[in-house]
Design a protein around this ligand. Structure first.
Ligand code: CO
Length: 139
């Protein structure tokens, strides 16, 4: 059970093509990976930045959590969450629960890249949505 690294920083965008074009010009390269994550109703574009990644998130449905977020931001997008890679995700969730930390997911679910993920509520983290992720054992 350990915190390993910041796996990605996620930015919600109101237009995925424009978002990709913007970060392509900022970073001087295109995304390594684009994936639709059905469970979260998003399309995600990943740009590698050193040891970590920027993840652009675009909603694929009006009832996507990203649609709600963009509405709150009046359609402008912005920083959505920070993801920390851990080992021992279940133990981390148990430990956090014991500490009285509010979890959005008490059990891991499957996110992009087939990783097991769980979200921690911003109420317990100083206002930042935090995702914990753990690669599948056979990856
Ligand atoms: Co994420």
């Amino acid at each position: 059970m350990a915190f390993k690294k910041v796996d990605h920083v996620a930015i919600a965008v109101p237009d995925l093509e424009q978002g990709i074009a913007l970060y392509q010009s900022l970073l001087g390269k295109g995304p390594e990976h684009i994936e639709e994550v059905e469970e979260q109703k998003v399309r995600a574009a990943f740009f590698g930045v050193g040891e970590t990644n920027l993840e652009l998130l675009f909603p694929t449905s009006p009832d996507s959590p990203i649609s709600n977020f963009l509405e709150q931001k009046k359609g402008r997008g912005g920083l959505h969450h920070i993801c920390i890679e851990v080992s021992g995700l279940e133990e981390h969730l148990e430990q956090l629960k014991k500490q009285g930390v509010q979890l959005i997911d008490e059990k891991p679910r499957i996110g992009a890249h087939g990783k097991r993920i769980a979200f921690v509520h911003p109420k317990s983290t100083g206002g930042v949505l935090i995702e914990l992720s753990e690669p599948m054992a056979d990856h």
